[in-house]
Design a protein around this ligand. Structure first.
Ligand SMILES: [Zn+2]
Length: 254
């Protein structure tokens, strides 16, 4: 069996996506399109290791694919030279916000922080969409912000984990080192989307030809490494996170 969550496997997934011959759109392209049809949206949440995002962006560019990269504003992720390099390859840059968990639930401070982080990101790219960082180990859900304001207040078209319009979407995420494992995924999902349980990337590749609904495929580029020490380091991080999430889920049910 092939080792999963390598860049080679990601390339194989992209080739299977291309074989469907459906439009592959960025989120802004989709939200600006006049008609909903069979489309594929590739969403990348850059939670850490931004160089991995650049490698993935180059791979997609080589294949003629444009996708969307959501950047956190943390010091180790917010790397202007990487953000501009990815944007220059034709990809969309979005804002991966976590201001409610950063401010520990203080909505006023979270709104101000959202505005200032978004403006910092906009100094390097045209940002029209945002999506929340799951902050799985925080007690705060970052979407609480939207009980007090709207994405349009910040000149955004949408918060894409909450509002992709009325068209039903299939949603696949690599969170938990499988695809759609709700047992290990506390907050990385898309409201209103449907899911199919798929374990490996190879299974997803095999399933793709039979799928006939628009879909969002979400990855975390830091998870995708060629075999070597970074592959095993992230494998360890993933398994530690899975254990922590299992404990949290058990605790929150009580
Ligand atoms: Zn995230």
């Amino acid at each position: 069996m092939k080792r999963d969550f390598t860049l080679s496997q990601y390339r194989a997934l992209c080739e299977a996506i291309l074989a469907k011959n459906w439009p592959i759109l960025t989120f802004t392209q989709y939200l600006s399109a006049s008609s909903a049809q069979c489309v594929i949206l590739l969403r990348h949440d850059v939670d850490r290791w931004p160089n991995n995002a650049l490698a993935m962006a180059k791979l997609e560019h080589d294949l003629g694919i444009c996708s969307t990269y959501y950047f956190r504003a943390t010091s180790h992720v917010f790397r202007p030279e990487i953000i501009t390099a990815i944007a220059s390859l034709g990809h969309e840059i979005g804002y991966h916000y976590e201001t409610i968990s950063t401010t520990k639930g203080n909505v006023e401070k979270a709104r101000d922080l959202f505005a200032s982080e978004l403006s910092r990101l906009r100094a390097h790219a045209d940002v029209k969409t945002a999506c929340m960082h799951g902050s799985p180990l925080s007690a705060h859900d970052n979407r609480i912000l939207w009980q007090h304001c709207t994405p349009r207040d910040f000149g955004l078209l949408a918060e894409v984990s909450m509002d992709l319009g009325t068209t039903p979407f299939l949603y696949f995420t690599d969170t938990g080192r499988s695809w759609n494992s709700r047992g290990t995924n506390l907050r990385d999902y898309c409201i209103g989307a449907r899911s199919i349980d798929v374990s490996t990337t190879e299974e997803l590749i095999d399933l793709l030809p039979s799928l006939n609904m628009p879909m969002v495929i979400q990855t975390h580029p830091e998870r995708w490494n060629q075999p070597g020490h970074r592959f095993w380091l992230y494998w360890l991080i993933d398994h530690a996170a899975l254990a922590a999430k299992f404990i949290l889920r058990t605790f929150r049910k009580r």
